[in-house]
Write a protein of this length. Structure first.
Length: 367
């Protein structure tokens, strides 16, 4: 069976990795890569404190966090380095520290289904400073030991390498030929569309209306003169801002959520400066950073901010996923795995009925 995966971000790369374990599949990955959300993602795996009322989304995010343990284990067994992922813990901050017990209680309730949350503890600013000397805050914080961080770009590279797939870096389109799909002058039996915000570009020419919109996200990577950053938990102030310490003094701050910028990939210094000003009270060391670098990517979201996956209506052998929004690194791997399972007719943990592709991808005209 010849399978093409279009899109080499977190969904496409995970899908390719699990498809590659089937020796009857001949695999090609097409990855244009420009504006890819994964490359510009902050990469925090800690969905358990979300107040979103969307139960199918929370189930996907909860199981998505758990799935990291399986994926990391599978890659290790295959002999690959997995230090792109670290269960480093997270500190949750509230503008009103009196709300922390309520948040802790929510997480305690969810721990029964998600033991991965780990230890939960409300601790003082002074306790945090023993771990992160330059930390500051106006009150206590909630610590969760099971939270993690992931370097999206390294993660994806590892998955694509492990898949041993033929990766072609170009923008492609699909053409129909009898019961086959022609991409880049070659025929395929099955196609997986993991193109994120660009799903519309691929399916519109085939007569589909696609409810997927672009959301611009920007973040900034700082280099600070602290070599212990790799040991620090993630700092999650209330709001959109997160402070993510990585190895060797690299600290990421982000990310923006811009719904009205289309596919614009230019760096907006004003917004990044605003984020820095919001971050400085919690991590003053940023003011003395020796270098700064920006990343910009485009996320995909739907009109109700829900992700979806499944077979494209009326296109046998074509599967798609999109709409992951800003939780793509949490939900992307488990969705990619499910797409691989669908292709192979294997068992699913998540029911596609709860993430219905037909609500977002509709056939409006025949070829």
């Amino acid at each position: 069976m010849k399978v093409a995966v279009i899109g080499g971000g977190i969904v496409g790369a995970t899908c390719a990795y699990y498809l590659s374990k089937d020796e009857n599949i001949e695999l090609t990955v097409f990855d244009y890569g420009v504006g890819q959300a994964t490359k510009a993602s902050a990469g925090i795996i800690s969905p358990w404190f979300s107040k979103r009322r969307n139960k199918p989304w929370y189930k996907m995010a909860r199981l998505g966090a758990d799935f990291y343990l399986k994926l990391v284990e599978d890659l290790k067994k295959d002999g690959y380095n997995t230090d792109f992922y670290d269960q480093c813990g997270v500190y949750l901050l509230k503008k009103d520290a009196n709300k922390l017990p309520e948040l802790k209680e929510l997480a305690e309730q969810r721990k029964e289904l998600s033991p991965m949350i780990g230890d939960l503890e409300i601790i003082s600013k002074e306790e945090v400073q023993k771990v992160i000397p330059s930390f500051d805050n106006n009150g206590d914080v909630l610590y969760a030991s099971g939270g993690g961080r992931v370097e999206g770009e390294r993660f994806v590279k590892t998955l694509l390498t492990a898949s041993k797939a033929n990766v072609i870096n170009k923008k492609v389109e699909i053409n129909l030929l009898d019961d086959k799909y022609v991409i880049d002058n070659k025929e395929y039996d099955v196609v997986v569309l993991a193109t994120g915000a660009w799903l519309k570009d691929v399916l519109e020419p085939l007569g589909y209306d696609v409810d997927v919109r672009p959301q611009k996200g920007q973040l900034r990577d700082y280099k600070v003169s602290d070599n212990n950053t790799g040991d620090y938990p993630v700092i999650m102030p209330e709001g959109e801002l997160d402070i993510i310490p990585f190895e060797d003094g690299v600290v990421s701050v982000g990310a923006t959520h811009e719904n009205d910028m289309g596919f614009d990939l230019t760096v907006d210094e004003t917004l990044l400066q605003q984020m820095e000003e919001e971050a400085l009270p919690h991590y003053p060391a940023l003011a003395k950073a020796t270098s700064r670098a920006e990343r910009v990517g485009i996320r995909a979201y739907t009109n109700d901010f829900s992700p979806f996956f499944g077979q494209v209506p009326e296109l046998a052998g074509v599967y798609a996923a999109s709409g992951l929004g800003s939780s793509g690194l949490t939900t992307g791997p488990i969705i990619g795995y499910h797409l691989a399972q669908l292709v192979q007719g294997k068992e699913l943990t998540l029911d596609p009925v709860n993430y219905p592709i037909e609500n977002y991808v509709k056939r409006v005209k025949s070829e």
